[in-house]
Ligand binder design. Structure first.
Ligand code: IPE
Ligand code: IPE
Ligand code: MG
Ligand code: MG
Length: 356
């Protein structure tokens, strides 16, 4: 079992900016009883139980290692946000069938496959509060079980017997792969700017959120304008969610986040807080931030966190994420204002308030 990165295991940065204060308050005065993440979860709960059962049933393989690894990562939990988006979007579209459960499980399988691959690429050793599959079983096994989950998701989506569903999911997984490769090309490049960063996170993260909400609308047979509105909601939410994730990578702690902080810096990945810090720091400090991206590693993590804090980069990144969350909520205005629609709006706020 690799132990080479123990210096990165739970570590709390003494960080004087309170992320939760930064992440601002809950959406104000919603005209519905759906006000908090727990309310949104409760609305999706009956369907989510069916999704969880389906996930368990479809993880099975007679290859023992597949069961072990897939079980390890699935049992680690996760927020189940993407399947929740499918379920709530289907509710918002007044869908009365059962395929939303199937597609929610498909989307979570795709997400889980990307996590297995991502942790290999990022050399991460903590996920969902557990050692990663790559740390426990090695890179080869993680990649191959990721492939198993991807291909299982394709076996499952065929059951929906809808060519549009298959096209959306095929296009989405292909775009995710492009995003991951694009990100790889940007590693150790201190010239990555906000636009380049947004191009990566659109593909690696936002398109799956968008597919999740679009699929719910499609199942409900919404008119194209409303289906697009749900897709736009998901896309904008995905941007906000990834920006928040990239902030948490600097300001959270492993115990709360369930992932090691500093992973992005360690691999020389320029994310929005760092990009903004470079833009707003004095030349000497900016040069040291650029060097940290070029070399990677965590030796200068404390200095980098200080630079991110001093430059106002966190506030600016948070404001950018808020813009996306606001755009997500605004996209919902063309939909009937049902409890499910209110729940989706709550999730837009949650993307920024979340602690893990
Ligand atoms: C992690 O996604 C990958 C990103 C897009 C940041 P989540 O934060 O949704 O991971 P889980 O499923 O809850 O563990
Ligand atoms: C998200 O990026 C990865 C995918 C969308 C697959 P990160 O690398 O930031 O995700 P975490 O932080 O490892 O969950
Ligand atoms: Mg990662
Ligand atoms: Mg991250």
């Amino acid at each position: 079992m690799p132990t080479g990165k123990d210096h990165r295991v739970p570590r709390i940065i003494d960080f004087s900016v309170n992320l939760h204060a930064l992440m601002a308050a809950a959406p104000a005065d919603l005209p519905s009883p759906i006000r908090q993440f727990a309310d949104a979860q409760a609305l999706a709960a009956p369907d989510m139980a069916a999704v969880d059962a389906l996930i368990r049933a479809r993880l099975a393989s007679d290859v023992v290692l597949i069961n072990q690894i897939a079980e390890h990562i699935i049992a680690g939990g996760g927020k189940r946000l993407r399947p929740m988006l499918v379920l709530l979007a289907a509710q918002a579209a007044d869908y009365r069938g059962r395929d939303h459960v199937l597609l929610a499980a498909v989307v979570e399988f795709i997400h889980t496959a990307t996590l297995l691959h991502d942790d290999v690429v990022d050399e991460s050793d903590l996920r969902r509060g557990r050692r990663t599959a790559n740390a426990l079983w090695g890179n080869a096994a993680s990649v191959l079980v990721g492939d198993f989950l991807y291909s299982r998701s394709f076996q499952m989506m065929v059951d929906a017997q809808d060519m549009r569903v298959m096209r959306i999911l095929a296009d989405t997984t292909n775009r995710i792969a492009e995003g991951e490769v694009l990100q790889l090309l940007n590693i150790h490049n201190p010239n990555v700017d906000e636009a380049a960063y947004l191009r990566v996170i659109e593909r690696k993260t936002a398109v799956l959120f968008s597919a999740a909400t679009r699929l719910g609308g499609l199942l409900g047979g919404l008119p194209p304008v409303q289906e697009e509105a749900l897709a736009s909601f998901g896309l904008n939410l995905g941007f906000a969610f990834q920006i928040a994730d990239d902030m948490l990578d600097y300001v959270s702690d492993a115990g709360t986040l369930g992932k090691n902080i500093g992973d992005d810096l360690a691999e020389g990945k320029a994310t929005l807080p760092l990009i903004y810090a470079i833009e707003r720091s004095d030349p000497a400090r900016a040069a040291s931030l650029r060097r940290a991206i070029e070399t990677g590693g965590l030796d200068s993590l404390d200095n980098i966190v200080a630079a991110i804090r001093d430059s106002g980069a966190l506030e600016r990144a948070r404001a950018r994420a808020q813009d996306f969350a606001d755009a997500a909520s605004a996209a919902l205005s063309t939909l009937p204002q049902t409890p499910a629609c209110a729940a989706l709006r709550v999730l837009a706020g949650y993307a920024l308030q979340r602690s893990h």
